[in-house]
Unconditional design. Structure first.
Length: 271
């Protein structure tokens, strides 16, 4: 139990006259957490939560509005972004994995070429992506955060943590899970019929972007180039899957409308 639910429970026990020690025992959390939230107004807590989300917003916004692979996004450098032409150049990928030697764990970053030759490409920058990148730039400048890592000769990476180190898929997926958890906790605490987010990963955002392209009738060849698919069949397989889901959704809506029309057309029984 974390996030908004913890804050809400602490406030409920506080209102009921419990001490901080008692609340910590009942909720199974440390007293520092209880003390931190004890007299915090709800608007202050919500502002704090939204600030944490804003810190992660740019990287997820870039993922969901470019369809780039996770390693392509984390490997982006400022020199890969042309703010004048509104283009993002994808020319490498940043990977983080265990270079296991003699049974010892040794995880570190490497820069690899793009997954395929077609993966080297230029992606048009949507307004939301440009805004997110400028937001990230302003945040780093304000907090005097600078990239301190050089990986295989590459440096000045865009998406870094507060220490100036590169981000990788594992940490970003954890951040996404925390955001999903906190959103769901808030829904459960506030609403009788909560709308809950399913669990998903960073890679799911690439699929979301692809679905939006197909839904808006973007040319399939253009989609292939933007996603960096070497094989046209890969794009077509995704298209087939998405259109089948869309077809089912449309027919479900049709069935619901026909049923309502049928109910409205039936004469009322004589009283």
């Amino acid at each position: 139990m974390k996030g908004y639910r913890v804050y809400s429970k602490i406030q409920q026990f506080r209102s009921a006259g419990f001490s901080q020690r008692q609340v910590a025992r009942r909720l199974g959390i440390n007293r520092k957490t209880v003390k931190r939230y004890w007299e915090m107004p709800v608007d202050e807590y919500e502002e704090m939560s939204s600030t944490v989300c804003r810190m992660q917003y740019p990287v997820f916004e870039v993922m969901v509005e470019t369809g780039m692979r996770v390693g392509e996004v984390t490997g982006l450098r400022w020199e890969d972004v042309d703010f004048n032409a509104d283009l993002i150049s994808v020319n490498h990928t940043l990977v983080y994995y265990d270079h296991r030697t003699d049974g010892k764990n040794s995880c570190y970053f490497n820069v690899h070429p793009t997954k395929t030759k077609a993966g080297t490409r230029k992606i048009p920058m949507l307004p939301g992506v440009k805004e997110a990148l400028l937001m990230e730039k302003a945040y780093q400048e304000f907090n005097q955060i600078k990239c301190r890592m050089t990986v295989d000769g590459f440096t000045d990476f865009i998406f870094i943590n507060r220490f100036g180190d590169c981000q990788h898929q594992g940490t970003l997926n954890k951040a996404l899970r925390r955001i999903i958890r906190d959103c769901n906790d808030e829904q459960l605490a506030k609403f009788k019929n909560p709308v809950l987010l399913p669990r998903f990963s960073c890679h799911s955002l690439r699929h979301t972007f692809t679905t939006r392209l197909f839904e808006n009738d973007v040319n399939i060849k253009v989609i292939q180039e933007i996603l960096g698919h070497a094989d046209f069949d890969t794009t077509m397989n995704i298209y087939t899957h998405i259109t089948q889901d869309m077809k089912k959704s449309e027919f479900d809506n049709l069935a619901e409308k026909l049923q309502k029309r049928k109910e409205l057309s039936q004469p009322e029984a004589d009283g």
